[in-house]
Ligand binder design. Structure first.
Ligand code: ADP
Length: 272
């Protein structure tokens, strides 16, 4: 892939063809590099919990231990298995969302419903962390999309917002119609990020330094936002982040509104 065509002075069209092929080769080479880095990162991230599991098991086996000590070690093993599971699930989801989506999987997805279920799902975790989670302005809105993937987007954003907001803070979800688009916002009053960090958060495996220092003990894979971005792009939308250190973060997902169902569609819907 290091080879490039050089046809010079043999005619405009051949030059153009050579240029096109060369730029295609550049893009293929760049793509292969991205995939290579991804594989190296994935292997590295998988190795960390595996090494921890091996070490706990070795410690458990290399001397006589009390049952309390065994229990502690096994709890560590289970925790690391959980981290492995999350990572593998996210890797699978990422490859699924990056594959071409069959339009047949797209259906009408009500955003109010999605938001209410999301808020419900995270209310327990938020409460346990002393974070107030609520739905703010929620306009009536629907999009055409992959229900499970869209739920994943909201869940990842809520998970982050709750994770990176210290006790006493607030997380608000909003749905705002701005024809012909709808904006889904997840607003938190948490740790925030620097401008430099915000430029990298959608890269796979990226985890900001401010998150590590301001939210110690909070684990993550650095894949959640890459998944969000890939899903949102599959739906013809955009995802943006605005954040200030110690003041909080707002993620905005902009999606095209679903076309209004015709009278006939409504009739079919009403009759199941
Ligand atoms: P992770 O599994 O680490 O949360 P993500 O891809 O979801 O991975 O996010 C990437 C990084 O972006 C996080 O590690 C964190 O540094 C930063 N981040 C994401 N959401 C927020 C937020 N709401 N507040 C502060 N930092 C955030």
């Amino acid at each position: 892939l290091d080879e490039r065509l050089s046809i010079r002075g043999t005619g405009d069209e051949l030059d153009l063809l050579a240029e096109t092929i060369n730029s295609l080769l550049d893009r293929i080479a760049a793509y292969i590099n991205v995939k290579r880095d991804f594989l190296a990162n994935a292997a590295h991230e998988l190795r960390t919990p595996l090494a921890a599991i091996r070490s706990s098991v070795e410690v458990a086996l290399n001397a006589e231990r009390s049952s309390a000590e065994y229990e502690d070690l096994m709890v560590d093993v289970i925790e690391e298995c959980g981290a492995l599971e999350t990572l593998v699930n996210q890797l699978l989801l990422l490859s699924e969302t990056e594959a071409e989506l069959p339009a047949a999987k797209f259906e009408r997805v009500d955003l109010n419903d999605l938001v209410m279920k999301g808020v419900d799902m995270f209310s327990g975790v938020a409460e346990a962390r002393g974070v107030k989670l609520r739905a703010g302005r929620v306009d009536d809105a629907a999009v055409t999309g992959h229900r499970v993937h869209l739920r994943q987007v909201l869940n990842n954003l809520l998970d982050n917002a709750v994770k990176y907001t210290p006790s006493g803070g607030e997380v608000t979800v909003e749905v705002i119609v701005d024809e012909p688009f709808v904006r889904l916002k997840v607003i938190d009053t948490g740790a925030g990020m620097t401008a430099e960090e915000q430029q990298h958060i959608f890269q796979r495996f990226f985890r900001a330094e401010s998150a590590r220092t301001r939210s110690p003990g909070v684990g993550g894979t650095g894949l959640g936002l890459s998944i969000c971005q890939s899903v949102v792009h599959n739906h013809g939308g955009e995802i943006h982040c605005k954040s200030f250190i110690d003041r909080g973060t707002t993620f905005t997902v902009t999606l095209p509104l679903a076309e209004e169902p015709s009278g006939l569609d409504k009739l079919f819907e009403a009759n199941g």
